[in-house]
Design a protein around this ligand. Structure first.
Ligand code: OSB
Ligand code: MG
Length: 370
C-alpha cells in the first residue's frame, strides 16, 4: 500500500455518565481519530490515550504531537507491503504506543478493505460471537452501584468489573458479593495500591473474584510477582503490558494469571496478535480491555477479540452505554445473551459517520504525499 493521505482530527465527545477510576473522573473525551488513505481506499484508527497522563504516560496532546511531528511524516508517501510493515516502520521511535496504534490499526482496516475481507478474517480470528462484560466506575453510593449491576445483568452482560481504590474496596466487593453470590465478578485498581497494602489485597481473596486487575505500579511487573505468590486469586495485568516481551516476562515471573489486552497499549494489532498467541500457547487467558473508545476504537477491539486466545469476557460493551450517538454505523450492540457479533463486512465492518464526525471535530491536520 502506498500511503497517499493521513487525516488527523480531534473530536469532542460527552460521556453519558462520568466514569471514575482510582486515578480520576472522566466526563468528556478528547479523542484523536486517524483516517489513512492508500491506493484509493481509506481506513480508520483511534488514539486510545486519556486526556491526562494518569493511566499511562500518553495523552491526547502527546499523541497529536507525536503523530504530527514524527509518525505521519515518516509514513506518508511511503509504500508498505502490509499493515504489519507499516507498524514496524514506527519501531525506531521509543514508546508512544497509543499514537502508533492509531496509524497501525488504520492500516489494518485499509489492508482488509483492499482485499475485500473482514479485519477478523485478515487477523485470523475464529470467534463469531464475543462474550461481553462491563466495567463500572467508582460509585460513592453502593445502593446505586447495586441498581446499576442489576440493570447490566438484566441486559445480558456476562461479567461485572468493579473499579476499586484504597478505602473503597473490601466493603464494596462484600456488598456486591452478598447481593450476587454467583456472578462472574472482578476488580480493577488501576495501580492504586503498593505492597504495603498486601493485607487488604489478601482480604479480596475471600470473594471468589475471577481476577484482581493491576493492583500495583503501572510499570512494575516484579512486585506483582511478589504479590501473586501471596494471593490465590489470579492477578490480571493491564497497564504493565506494552509488548510481547513484557507479557513473557510477566508470565515467566508468575506476576499474573490473566492478561488484559488493549490495542493502544501494545501499539496495535500486530503485537496484540503475538501476545494472544503466546498466551494461548501457555494457557494464560486473555480478554480485551477498553479505554472509553468511540466506535472506531470499539470496532478494532471487536476484530481483535475474535482471535482464539480471547477466552474471557471483555470490557467492550454497547455504544449506547457511553454515547448518545456513536460515530459508526451500525452502532455496537449487545444481544440479550451478552454477546457482540463480529461483523462480516470489509475492514472493521462498520462505517464512519462522516457528517457527525465533522460536527464533533475541534481541530484537524492533513498530510498528503506531494
Ligand atoms: O483500566 O481498564 C481500565 C477506562 C479508562 C482507562 C482504563 C480503564 C478503563 C476501563 C473502562 O476500565 C473500560 C471501558 O468501558 O471502555
Ligand atoms: Mg484496567
Amino acid at each position: 500500500m502506498k500511503i497517499e493521505r493521513i487525516e488527523l482530527r480531534e473530536i469532542s465527545m460527552q460521556l453519558k455518565q462520568p466514569f471514575e477510576t482510582s486515578f480520576g473522573v472522566t466526563h468528556h473525551r478528547r479523542i484523536v481519530l486517524v483516517e489513512l488513505s492508500a491506493d484509493g481506499i481509506s481506513g480508520w484508527g483511534e488514539v486510545t490515550a486519556g486526556e491526562g497522563p494518569y493511566y499511562n504516560s500518553e495523552t491526547t496532546d502527546t499523541a497529536w504531537h507525536i503523530i504530527c511531528d514524527f509518525l505521519a511524516p515518516a509514513i506518508v508517501g511511503k509504500k508498505f507491503n502490509s499493515a504489519e510493515a507499516l507498524g514496524a516502520a514506527m519501531t525506531p521511535l521509543r514508546g508512544h504506543e497509543m499514537a502508533k496504534a492509531a496509524l497501525e490499526t488504520a492500516a489494518w482496516d485499509v489492508e482488509a478493505r483492499s482485499r475485500n475481507i473482514s479485519l477478523r478474517t485478515l487477523l485470523g480470528g475464529t470467534l463469531e460471537d464475543l462474550p461481553s462484560g462491563v466495567s463500572l466506575g467508582i460509585y460513592n453510593d453502593t445502593g446505586l452501584l447495586l441498581d446499576r449491576i442489576a440493570l447490566e445483568l438484566a441486559a445480558g452482560y456476562r461479567r461485572i468489573k468493579l473499579k476499586i481504590k484504597p478505602g473503597h474496596d473490601v466493603n464494596v466487593v462484600k456488598a456486591v458479593r452478598d447481593a450476587y453470590p454467583n456472578i462472574a465478578l472482578t476488580v480493577d485498581a488501576n495501580s492504586a495500591y503498593t505492597l504495603r497494602d498486601v493485607a487488604t489485597l489478601i482480604e479480596l481473596d475471600e470473594f471468589g473474584l475471577e481476577y484482581i486487575e493491576q493492583p500495583l505500579g503501572w510499570n512494575e511487573i516484579y512486585q506483582h510477582a511478589e504479590l501473586q505468590s501471596r494471593l490465590r486469586t489470579p492477578i490480571c495485568l493491564d497497564e504493565c503490558i506494552h509488548s510481547l516481551d513484557n507479557a513473557r516476562a510477566a508470565v515467566e515471573l508468575r506476576a499474573c494469571g490473566v492478561i488484559n489486552l488493549k490495542l493502544g497499549r501494545v501499539s496495535g494489532h500486530s503485537e496484540a496478535r503475538k501476545i494472544q498467541e503466546y498466551c494461548k500457547h501457555n494457557g494464560v487467558p486473555v480478554w480485551c480491555g477498553g479505554m472509553l473508545e468511540s466506535g472506531i476504537g470499539r470496532a478494532h477491539n471487536i476484530a481483535m477479540s475474535s482471535l482464539p486466545g480471547f477466552v474471557m469476557p471483555g470490557d467492550v460493551s454497547a455504544s449506547a452505554r457511553y454515547w448518545d450517538e456513536d460515530i459508526i454505523e451500525p452502532e455496537v450492540i449487545v444481544t440479550s445473551q451478552g454477546t457482540i457479533s463480529v461483523p462480516k463486512g470489509p475492514g472493521i465492518g462498520f462505517e464512519a459517520k462522516r457528517e457527525l464526525i465533522e460536527k464533533l471535530t475541534v481541530r484537524s491536520q492533513e498530510f498528503v504525499d506531494d
